[in-house]
Ligand binder design. Structure first.
Ligand code: ZN
Length: 284
């Protein structure tokens, strides 16, 4: 599932190809995947591509915004003189399109943008740009890690004193954009056990945790996220972008970089969870 850094990577990639370009045609292959009247987006130039949490916002010059949620399996694949793809990594990144997972085709002056979504939980929604902030999804989001102060983070955390810290930071109303990968990585960074009670955290730990969330997300963005570039390496073999920055996620059985102890996979807050049992001792 694409997390905030992956969506930010897609935003940056698409900005390069779509900024200032006119949409000429929209073909909807699955009704569920496109909400609202497509006509208002036709013959309109793309003014900017923004992001709020995991939502991509394609702003058009006539005051319309196409809000895109990739959810579990969504992908955005641009084909033109140059190609770009991001989102859930599959062979659709490189295969001929449309394929049987293509839900919406957006024709542009300089190429075609395919919205693929195997499980159909993602969607594109037509909104007035001024209404974006009132959208129920956007409204419920807390600030992003880069915009949140220590005091705000602490206050939000302390609404969930008895909950395990991992569950608390996965709550998008506490801090926006932290998914399973980044929760594990940030807790490892801050040396906090994921099931530690939120209300027991000391200020120094909260500070370290916020720093960890920022650092691991930035490292992921810098690594190129889940895109065509990291999916297929230059030599044609398949890459795994997680290997570029993740210290514990999907590294069970490998030695901890800090202390050499074997990383284990456990379950916290109903989610698969990766920890170093030495650096992240229970009860701390
Ligand atoms: Zn360790």
């Amino acid at each position: 599932m694409p997390e905030l850094p992956e969506v930010e990577t897609i935003r940056r990639g698409l900005t390069k190809f779509l900024n200032g370009v006119k949409i000429t045609k929209i073909k909807i292959l699955c009704d569920k995947s496109f909400i609202g009247p497509k006509e208002v987006a036709i013959n309109q130039k793309i003014k900017a591509i923004n992001r709020r949490g995991k939502a991509l916002l394609i702003d058009l010059e006539n005051g319309i915004t196409l809000m895109i949620h990739l959810r579990m399996t969504g992908q955005l694949i641009f084909r033109g003189d140059e190609n770009f793809a991001g989102g859930h990594p599959t062979d659709s990144f490189v295969n001929e399109l449309p394929d049987n997972q293509t839900r919406v085709i957006i024709e542009l002056e300089n190429g075609t943008l395919f919205f693929n979504d195997q499980r159909k939980f993602g969607f594109i929604k037509v909104l007035e740009t001024v209404e974006v902030e009132n959208d129920k999804f956007i409204k419920s989001l807390a600030k992003e890690p880069w915009d949140m102060t220590f005091a705000e983070f602490k206050e939000n955390l302390m609404h969930h004193k008895s909950a395990p810290i991992k569950a608390t930071i996965l709550d998008q109303k506490v801090i926006a954009g932290v998914g399973n990968i980044y929760a594990d990585e940030a807790l490892y960074y801050a040396q906090i056990h994921p099931s530690y009670a939120t209300g027991m955290l000391k200020d120094a730990q909260i500070e370290k945790l916020l720093e960890g969330i920022r650092n691991v997300m930035q490292a992921s963005i810098d690594s190129g996220g889940s895109t065509m570039k990291t999916y297929v390496k230059a030599d044609g073999t398949k890459g795994d972008y997680l290997r570029l920055f993740a210290k514990v996620f999907r590294r069970e059985g490998e030695p901890c970089e800090r202390c050499g102890t074997e990383i284990i996979k456990t379950r916290v807050a109903g989610r698969g969870t990766h920890i170093c049992p030495n650096c992240q001792k229970e009860g701390r």
